[in-house]
Design a protein around this ligand. Sequence first.
Ligand code: ARG
Length: 567
Amino acid sequence: MLNNLKLRIKKDLEELLGKQFNAELSIIVEEPKKAELGDLSIPVFSVVKQLRKPLPQIVEIVKETLNQIPDSGYFAKIDSVSGFINITLNRAMFAKLVVEDFNESEDYGTSDIGAGKTVCIDYSSPNIAKPFSIGHLRSTIIGHSLGNILEKCGYKVVRINHLGDFGTPFAKTIYAYLHWGNEEVVKQNSVEELVKLYVEFNEKAKQDKSLDEEARKIFSELEQGNEIYVKLWEYIREESLKDYMKVYDLLGVRFDSYNGEAFYNDKMQRIVDELKEKKLLVKDQGAMIVDLGDDIPPALIQKSDGSTLYITRDLAALFYRKNNYHFDEMLYVVGNEQKLHFTQLKRVIEKMGYDFAEDIHHINFGLVLQDGKKMSTRKGKIVKLEDVLDEASGMSLDYINEKNPGLEDKEQIAESIGVSAVVFNDLKNYRTNDFEFNLEEMVNFTGQTGPYLQYTSVRIQSILDSADSNETTLNYDLFEGEHYFEILKNISQYVDTIIKTKQEYAPSILAKYLLKLASLFNSFYAKERVLVEDEIERNTKLHLLKMTKDILNDGMRLLGMQVILKM
Ligand code: ARG
């Protein structure tokens, strides 16, 4: 809303001034850094430069022109300070505009920037027969939330779980299963047992060098379709997926495709052929590589034994997705440590002469730390995700038992709070930063947390539930009050916030916005009694609360958190 107004002012000023001076001007309308200066601000230095007139004269001209545009009715005051023209809005009028816009909109915050466009998001993508790591949790949370945000912006979203279900590590598990595995034990506790087998293989391979060779053979035969290995592979894949599904269900995450690396097994030759045809493939010590320039290492496409690599499968996947989904953007939500891989992938596509290379984005993210060190899954030191989520739920249940022991469905609610706490804690951090995993902090109901947002929403809901009002009139003059206007202005920035979140692929922008909205409400509520005698005043306050709650709930949903009605 505020953004709309900004754009309209910009356009009108450019038009009117342009006509007046027969020049193509570019005007900036922004929000001033300091709120005391006003609601909107226009820097005029560039106009001074372009029109070659002294600053005071330009200031006068722009001010005068501002008074002529159709939106001038929204301006209460126009000032100027050292090259900036600052506009203070007529709060009552602006409030009316925002409230009406909110009331008329079926799904407030939507936009059409993505209309007719498709985005594929490759996220979560764990490696089967391996534990679901904390890094995969990050990918899942960030990818899921970006998917929701893109949909809100009108994009068609294809959610892809590019399972790591192929490769030599996996052949090691097959070898170990065939030699030391126990079917019954594996059945009962699949992923955990399979990981044990993998770890065991690696221990033994340290003593016996021939094991690695055996695994390579298995991998190569698997690629060629050896029946026993393929059956085993299917079994392991299914069991692993069952395990991951528990986490996805807890998080409310779903995918449109589970086509993992193996799916591309028969789709790579085409790529290799095309690379050859385009004379991009060169032999290097028996292996096939694509040279990518001096600044990065070459892409290894085929090993000397003919087996393919991670990047070969990613190339095949990329073309498959382009041809089947016709994406406008392809997002890979994968940790910082794969930066080189995605740079190479993009570079190969460029070298092949496809301009969709520029639509490929690596949505990278940082590490999760515990006591300053990477939370790790190697050497069997597994962070069991379900345990983490269970623990967060347990802490929430303790809180409920203390505050509201009679609450109905409290276990279910505690789970929603616990899981959302973990989700929010991840998303409030800018994704490329590392962050410390501290459950106590995440589940704190008064900090910058998920539970704080849920608590605020529940608090508003209970006020709304206890109010009965037949009044529909609002007193917009109340919005002259600073604490009213602050909330309203924040509400008016919801769409812009979502768009910015999409543009930067950074859910932390939305997360921080919601924290601010919640805190604005809580200070409002500390100052104002809502259920006052005066019906119009009461109705105005209730309406402001309802808008705030709707946005909090919608924003939480976009982040992948769960909305609760009581706590
Ligand atoms: N399975 C990989 C890993 O766990 C992540 C896959 C990411 N997606 C992709 N298309 N490469 O490291």
